[in-house]
Design a protein around this ligand. Structure first.
Ligand code: IMP
Length: 422
């Protein structure tokens, strides 16, 4: 495949960064197509640890061209902080049509979350929802405006007036135009040299047969359209959103690899039918280091849920699975897999649209025997213990998607390719 999408199949944090880093070694171009600095993963390069939130995963490799496409929302301050930490030479292009996250978006994110009280979404407070809201309401700011000083000044002046009126209603501190303008026009100057029409660039790259990896952020269950609404993010991490979010034709996307944790995790609020508590959840959280990269919050833990994964396959499209963190399950006697739900006495194999109905879904499980052998050093599928292979085979059978790769630890050499996919 020459054009592959990396998709998170659950609620995010599936280990997409690690899979993207691995596949990026074979890519000419890596494209981030949605979300903003609500995402996050750690990359180790030349013995140095980098936390990436906005920049595409190919940024540390000078041979790779990186694109931040039109579907993204970019916080200029976070952007400047992030590129300043990259000590290698890099290649980067930013879409002139991506939207800019401004300080009032962060304030509104916090204010609306506080207003919702215990019914809040549990957002990352990075201003993502308010920025996409403004985009849809046609009062957002494109990068093209942001880097044009007079237009930025005029637009910001009007927007701050409107947003301060909104913040006042919410009893939230107001913002000062001059302070924001003076700070942000400096960021605009740093950003400007990277800005271009990235759709044009990508279409030309495809004409010259470049290998392109599209890097999704979050997971399909957090998709605004197909996720567990309203406990979702405000963009679409599906493979099906790539054409719209990058400006290429749908048929130019050749396939998607669905990154799937060997169990389930979730941060933030909202139903999670296969959630578990107690000692086993603590064990998995500790061994899997299940704490958010962006917020540090402990992640909720659950058994693998294949209703979710079949849903993701339908709404996103998945050519292969990349099963991650398989090693975290080592030493657990019996592993459960959710195969369907019971809702009001009826067995269902779908995610209800109404969140109240989803909350009442009780998963039905099958049980698989676990393994106790250390698998962190395996180099091939054949090296895996019998029961680990059976576990993976069951996943393939239940979802109907072949395994393209799997991983057994955080290092790049602990990722094992099963199929030649990219
Ligand atoms: P927002 O994207 O900050 O608006 O947050 C909306 C929901 O998406 C919350 O439940 C967040 O915890 C979740 N979320 C956003 N980004 C990520 C991510 O990168 N990994 C996991 N969850 C995320």
């Amino acid at each position: 495949m020459r054009r592959l999408v990396v998709v998170g199949t659950q609620w995010g944090d599936e280990g997409k960064g690690k899979i993207t880093d691995f596949l990026a070694l074979h890519a000419d171009i890596v494209v981030r197509y949605q979300g903003g600095n609500n995402a996050g993963h750690t990359v180790v390069f030349d013995g140095k640890k980098y936390s990436l939130h906005l920049l595409p995963s190919g940024i540390l490799n000078p041979k790779i061209h990186n694109v931040m496409a039109n579907g993204m929302v970019i916080n200029p301050k976070a952007f400047v902080e992030e590129i300043n930490k990259v000590s290698t030479k890099f290649n980067l292009l930013i879409s002139d049509r991506a939207h800019v996250v401004l300080p009032y978006h962060l304030e509104l994110d916090k204010a609306y979350e506080a207003l919702k009280g215990s019914k809040n979404i549990g957002t990352t407070h990075k201003g993502i929802g308010p920025t996409y809201t403004d985009k849809s309401s046609r009062i957002g700011m494109r990068v093209s405006t942001f880097i044009h000083e007079e237009r930025f000044e005029q637009s910001l002046r009007e927007l701050i007036r409107e947003k301060n009126a909104e913040l006042k209603l919410l009893n939230h501190p107001l913002l000062d135009f001059d302070a924001i303008f003076n700070e942000y026009k400096v960021y605009a100057k740093v950003m400007a040299p990277y800005v271009t029409d990235t759709s044009l660039y990508l279409n030309l790259a495809i004409e010259s047969d470049k290998k392109i990896l599209f890097e999704g952020a979050q997971g399909v269950l957090l998709c605004l359209d197909h996720g567990t609404y309203p406990f979702v993010t405000s963009s679409s991490p599906t493979a099906s959103s790539v054409p719209l979010n990058t400006g290429i034709a749908p048929w130019l996307v050749e396939g998607a690899i669905g990154v799937t944790k060997a169990y389930t995790t979730r941060v933030g609020s909202g139903p999670m039918p296969s959630e578990i508590h107690g000692d086993l959840a603590t064990q998995i959280r500790t061994v899997g280091n299940e704490f958010g990269t962006t917020t540090g919050r402990p992640r909720r833990i659950g058994w693998l849920d294949t209703v979710i994964l079949r849903h993701t396959k339908r709404v996103s499209g998945l050519s292969y699975l990349a099963v991650t963190l398989l090693d975290v399950l080592t030493g657990i006697d019996e592993l459960k897999i959710a195969v369907n739900y019971t809702l009001d006495g009826v067995i269902i194999d779908r995610i209800p649209a109404e969140i109240e109905d989803f909350e009442r879904c009780v998963p039905n499980y099958i049980t698989m025997p676990g393994w106790s052998e250390d698998i962190t050093g395996v180099k091939s599928y054949e090296d895996l213990p019998f029961n680990a292979k059976k576990y993976l085979e069951k996943i393939v059978e239940l979802i109907g998607v072949p395994i393209g790769m799997f991983s057994v630890g955080p290092d790049r050499n602990q990722t094992i390719m099963v199929k030649d996919i990219f």
